[in-house]
Design a protein around this ligand. Structure first.
Ligand SMILES: [Zn+2]
Ligand SMILES: [Zn+2]
Length: 151
């Protein structure tokens, strides 16, 4: 796997962390860079394997702590149905619920944000006197690239 680093995203979270007064350690930053390197979602295990290349002493808790931190700060999302992680398309944005389109062939994940969808779900729930606290909105299927170039 070729890891291409996107410095803009890293710079952005460095600035946000500085403004929030939270510490972006080298390992947290590295895990974020790995997640950003691809549109594909990564499992914690895959991230650990990649992290070990630059930090041979890395252990599973290292990765889990980094992932917890990045999720708390809203820089990444967990893909619940595949138990893997993607970077957030708007990590400086407000707290939001995402609609994830997950390709079952290549594991690419597209993050959509639809206020209309979220308010529809909220309204439906309210009709049952139910207050939603969190959403997991994930759709599985085949992405455009995979459907136009079947392997
Ligand atoms: Zn997001
Ligand atoms: Zn695909």
């Amino acid at each position: 796997m070729v890891i291409k680093l996107d410095n803009t995203q890293t710079q952005q979270i460095e600035e946000i962390c500085a403004a929030r007064g939270v510490r972006l350690t080298t390992q947290r930053k590295r895990v974020f860079e790995l997640i950003c390197a691809s549109k594909k979602s990564f499992s914690a295990y895959e991230l650990l394997e990649e992290l070990k290349k630059s930090e041979p002493q890395a252990k599973p808790p290292t990765v889990y702590r980094a992932l917890d931190f990045l999720m708390e700060q809203g820089f990444i999302h967990r893909v619940e149905s595949t138990n893997s992680f993607i970077s957030c398309g708007s990590c400086n944005g407000h707290e939001h619920f995402s609609h994830l389109l997950i390709c079952d062939k290549c594991n690419n994940v597209i993050e959509l944000q639809s206020d209309t969808l979220v308010s529809l779900l909220t309204n439906n729930a309210e009709q049952h006197g139910f207050q939603i606290q969190t959403h997991v909105i994930e759709s599985h299927g085949i992405c455009q690239a995979c459907s136009s170039h079947p392997m």
